[in-house]
Write a protein of this length. Sequence first.
Length: 189
Amino acid sequence: MRRRIETARRDPLTGLWTRAPFEQRARKSLSQQCQRAVLVLDLNRFKEINDTLGHAAGDAVIRATGQRLGLWAEEHAGISGRLGGDEFAVVIPGYGIDKLRSDLVMLTGWLDQPVLFEGRSIEVHTSIGAAYHRAGTDLSTLLRRADEQMYKAKQRGGGWRITHRLTVQETSTVNGRRAGRRGTTGEAT
């Protein structure tokens, strides 16, 4: 029974935690006294992969990305999850801004490796946003700030961005999410 429950809490394509169990573990991790960084990742031009190469190719890219991310997070004593679609999140211990920058360079290089599918090499590019945890900052604020930075990285073609500003909302929201993101209604402002 426990194994079935565990399996149900994992994303079948990547093996990563699904949103609810990821958030539960992330909150527990953030409640500890050491510094943490929250990352939000998104695949660039993923719709184009699905539209031109088919959904099986898209699944192969998501599977490879999830597996790479899961291994990276595990090596960094972190927690990783697939939030849905081509969105992922990670919570890792934060050992200073320089270490985080170094980790993000390594992670980007690791994730942006081509994925082989049916003899074809598919280019993969990610955008990553990071937010540092400070005492009293909740997970949803950290995910939102990391998401804002990810979106800025995506707008400039990919890579990563880090924020230290957790109190000032940088972009408008609809239903608690950055305007223009999936799951929002209305126009972005």
